[in-house]
Write a new protein. Structure first.
Length: 282
């Protein structure tokens, strides 16, 4: 387990529980079970601060996100949203257009090359689905359901899920989720809509996610982070441009000039397990 004695966490409220379950792994637990882990402005600020710190902390290589209680995340805090509307704070267009990382500071996060794993302990609605769609690996409880019910509330799923779902599931299946607003099961999310990697018993969701994190951290962090950088570039560019941009990126330069590439090749030649070190800061 990663020692916290030499890690200085940013301040955050009790709405977010932060822990270090194993070496190089950060666990974030949405901790508003009474409100089905709906993301309030306070929780959004907490996530933004902690994830910004995580991105800059070399000893942490993977983050796992889960929820406390029976629901993973019910999306936005609609009561807070309603109050803002009643107060005349109609700033949704500008807030969406200028948001750097999107809902819960995850749904449009594109500046970090560290893997994000969703441990979906229960159902996810609205923004909860939006943040899941931008995670790299999704482990879901077999009793979880996923829905984009914004159309039933007169609002909009606008924080990244529309283009992501269209690309992952295809136009027609994305339309089904977005226009109907009906829930789909975890198995459907895996087999039809294809945004869930694995469906497991509810009691095994977090342990499975942490095992995936363990397997990731058994690999070179430079290689993993450069691979994610390549995946993100593939979303922005055509094939050849993505390859060229990736080859010349700062993350690739760090890999090719760092200690871990030397360690990996030497360990292979010596027929032993490599011992990886923290990547240097970019």
């Amino acid at each position: 387990m990663t020692s916290t004695t030499d890690i200085s966490l940013p301040s955050h409220s009790d709405d977010l529980h932060v822990s270090f379950p194993q070496e190089h792994v950060l666990l974030l637990t949405l901790n508003r079970p009474r409100y089905l882990n709906a993301v309030s402005p306070q929780l959004n600020n907490d996530l933004a601060a902690v994830l910004r710190w995580f991105d800059d902390e070399p000893s942490l290589w993977v983050v796992v996100v889960t929820g406390q209680g029976r629901v993973f995340c019910a999306g936005a805090d609609l009561k807070a949203w309603r109050q803002a509307q009643m107060d005349g704070q109609i700033v949704e267009q500008e807030a969406t257009a200028t948001s750097l990382h999107g809902f819960a500071s995850i749904s449009r996060r594109h500046t970090s090359c560290k893997p994000i794993i969703a441990a979906v302990n229960g159902s996810a609605y609205g923004g909860g689905v939006e943040l899941i769609l931008n995670c790299d690996i999704v482990i879901a409880s077999d009793d979880a359901v996923f829905a984009l019910p914004e159309v039933k509330r007169g609002v909009l799923a606008a924080q990244g899920v529309i283009p992501r779902l269209a690309k992952i599931a295809g136009h027609q299946l994305a339309s089904e989720m977005l226009f109907l607003g009906n829930p789909v099961s975890a198995v459907q999310a895996r087999d039809r809509f294809r945004f869930v990697n694995a469906v497991v018993d509810k009691s095994n969701v977090l342990s499975t996610a942490l095992e995936v994190a363990r397997q990731i951290t058994s690999n070179s962090p430079d290689s993993v982070q450069s691979s994610k950088d390549g995946l993100m570039l593939a979303q922005k560019h055509h094939f050849e441009e993505a390859v060229r941009t990736h080859a010349l990126s700062a993350v690739s330069k760090r890999l090719y000039n760092g200690d871990n590439i030397k360690e990996g090749l030497t360990a292979f030649a010596e027929k032993r397990r490599p011992t990886w070190t923290n990547p240097s800061k970019l």
